[in-house]
Write a protein of this length. Structure first.
Length: 322
């Protein structure tokens, strides 16, 4: 069972599924993760053995958790986002094994020593192919001192520890977090404050690595205005901005995504927002999909479910006032 309470500074959480019947483990693990982080959904393959262990402690603005779990999938679905208003930023530092983080149309494969950010305000998915262990740092989004556009570009990108400020900051962050976990209670708060400051600086440095900011902003702004064009192609975008198709693809690759994936994600977000509006209740799902460039309603519904964990009909029903 969960012990301790995160609402009381200095008290921690410790949880393990090992003493539970196999049939009760998924629900208990899902509850533990949702209490420590944000509302989450867990799935595991029934034919593969697994166990989960979790420790966490909140030290001021910073929560430090260690998660040992896998194989399985952890999902922050659209339903979870709607049900849980917490909007913290999480930074996942992979200790052992591998994890695949998917958010905002990007995917980041984390290996031991890698760090990546994810945003609780929007859906994300963690795919854990085997047993793995990670340290997860959770902070209020305001602590990172980043605009929403910068946060959207930051998620699901692996911090390159071999370049720039990250070459110094990432080892410093790891050392501070390790010391905060092991230190005497009297010294933990100070170490946690330093770790939170370094994490914020690391996030700013990572967000600042976006390629050709002026061009990138012009391209993404113009694409946002053309989302309703079903025939929009990467070549159309490249021609509009006077660059080669190859360079356009390179810009998006440096952001950890592709042109088509970025456009699809923005279209899904726009359709999702429209479906949640009371004034759009009379429009069919197919009509909303078509307004945002999806010519095949079945493909739209399938992609929507894969991305947000529920169908467009279910999303509309969940957002409708009662």
């Amino acid at each position: 069972m969960l012990t301790g309470s995160l609402s009381v500074p200095g008290q921690g959480v410790s949880f393990s599924t090992r003493g539970l019947p196999p049939g009760d483990r998924v629900a208990a693990w899902e509850h533990a993760l949702s209490q420590v982080f944000v509302d989450l959904e867990v799935t595991v393959r029934g034919d593969r053995p697994w166990a989960g262990e979790l420790t966490a402690e909140r030290l001021g603005a910073l929560q430090i958790a260690t998660e040992d779990f896998g194989p399985g999938t952890i999902l922050r679905s659209a339903r979870s986002v709607a049900a849980d208003p917490r909007t913290h930023i999480l930074a996942r530092l992979q200790l052992d094994g591998t994890a695949l983080l998917l958010q905002d149309g990007r995917s980041a494969e984390l290996r031991p020593g890698d760090l990546a950010f994810h945003d609780a305000r929007r859906p994300y998915r963690l795919v854990l192919p085997g047993r793995q262990r990670a340290r997860v740092l959770m902070v209020p989004r305001a602590l990172l001192r980043l605009e929403e556009g910068q946060l959207s570009a930051l998620t699901a990108t692996v911090v390159d520890a071999g370049q720039g400020a990250a070459a110094l900051l990432l080892p410093t962050l790891c050392g501070l977090v390790d010391e905060a976990v092991r230190a005497h209670p009297a010294g933990r708060a100070r170490l946690a404050r330093l770790a939170a400051d370094v994490l914020g600086t690391l996030a700013v440095a990572q967000a600042g690595r976006r390629p050709a900011p002026a061009l990138w902003e012009r391209i993404t702004a113009s694409v946002q205005d053309r989302l309703r064009e079903p025939g929009l192609t990467p070549q159309d975008i490249a021609d509009q901005h006077g660059i080669s198709l190859r360079y356009l693809h390179r810009l998006f690759q440096r952001q950890g995504t592709t042109v088509n994936a970025w456009v699809r994600t923005r279209r899904l977000e726009a359709a999702r927002e429209e479906l949640a509006q009371a004034g759009a209740a009379h429009r069919s799902i197919a009509a909303v999909a078509a307004r945002w460039g999806f010519t095949n309603p079945s493909h739209f519904s399938r992609t929507f479910r894969e991305t947000y964990g529920m169908s467009p009909v279910q999303w509309r029903g969940a957002r409708r006032p009662t």
